[in-house]
Design a protein around this ligand. Sequence first.
Ligand SMILES: C=CC1=C(C)c2cc3[nH]c(cc4nc(cc5[nH]c(cc1n2)c(C)c5CCC(=O)O)C(CCC(=O)O)=C4C)c(C)c3C=C
Ligand SMILES: [Fe+2]
Ligand SMILES: [Fe+2]
Length: 338
Amino acid sequence: METCDPSSRPPPVPKPKIGVLLTNLGTPDGPDAKSVKRYLGEFLSDRRVVEIPQIAWQPILRGIILNTRPKKSAHAYGLVWREDGSPLAAITRLQAAALKDAFGPGVLVDWAMRYGNPSIAHRLQAMKDAGCERILIAPLYPQYCAATTATANDKAFAVLAGMRWQPAVRTLPPYHDDESYIAALKTSVETSLAALDFEPEAIVASFHGMPQRTLELGDPYHCHCQKTARLLAAAMGREVIVAFQSRFGRAKWLTPATDVTLEALPGTGVKKVAILAPGFSADCLETLEELSIRGRESFVAAGGTHFAYLPCLNDSEPGIHMLQRLIARELEGWTPRP
Ligand SMILES: C=CC1=C(C)c2cc3[nH]c(cc4nc(cc5[nH]c(cc1n2)c(C)c5CCC(=O)O)C(CCC(=O)O)=C4C)c(C)c3C=C
Ligand SMILES: [Fe+2]
Ligand SMILES: [Fe+2]
């Protein structure tokens, strides 16, 4: 081990670097049942995600869910898988690449997944090895939720707990009502709407659902979603209907459910709809399969005539510009002022 000898000239010390680690939820390594089973086993064993005592939950998870769901989900993943892999991972990689030079030469930008690969442990260690003494953990969830934001940060802190020489850390706060986020959504939605060959009679903002109980326990998620939709509606000067998708299990989830909303709209006279998913920073299974494929099918089956799924911010110009602004703000005092 290298030691510090006070009588000799100090060895050249590389300039300390800053790391920015974009994190997102996680995804299987491949669209096959085995990979999906491994991913779901890790994801659904997280106590932040399923808040049922493990002694009751693990037999249900191992005995039923992991024997039935992977095959079905693998089929769904197969419908949206890209040449460069899972959409969620591929887009998060593109976001990191687009931000690579955004904060100057001393700032490394990388990405990791809370479940699966590349893991937070692996990428944090790589940043440390590259000389990062200050790291911003940036969970890409605009609306705070214990099941997403908190667990991503928990994981990073658990990795740091094993390091003798820890870097200094900061975390990106939720940005559900940030001016730059609302502006990016407005630009993105208006650009997508302008490219349609029909005028939607209603716009639906679909957020990932959560058990109703988490709202009662104090999770601000529901309020964050409502505020995002309210600000976006005000910015665009038109109504936005809020709904919650991806219900899982038997407990009561936040309502109204997206599928129920889409099926009910034609009966109220709304035959042309556009739907966006502002809570997802990257398109993924839940948007490309559940909304764009299955949502469209149920809307049309209920009598709808025109359906448009509007993409997430992804690595679009407004999306990257927004991330650059949010991250630059969190790096203040660490990096020289631009
Ligand atoms: C108890 C179950 C679940 C909770 C709570 C939950 C919260 C939650 N999830 C996201 C974002 C994503 N979820 C994704 C997939 C997904 N989610 C669940 C279950 C819960 N999510 C499952 C079982 C799955 C896997 C797919 C399936 O089998 O249906 C994804 C997509 C991942 C991908 O690979 O594309 C995202 C993103 C949020 C934001 C959230 C709480 C706010
Ligand atoms: Fe989910
Ligand atoms: Fe889903």
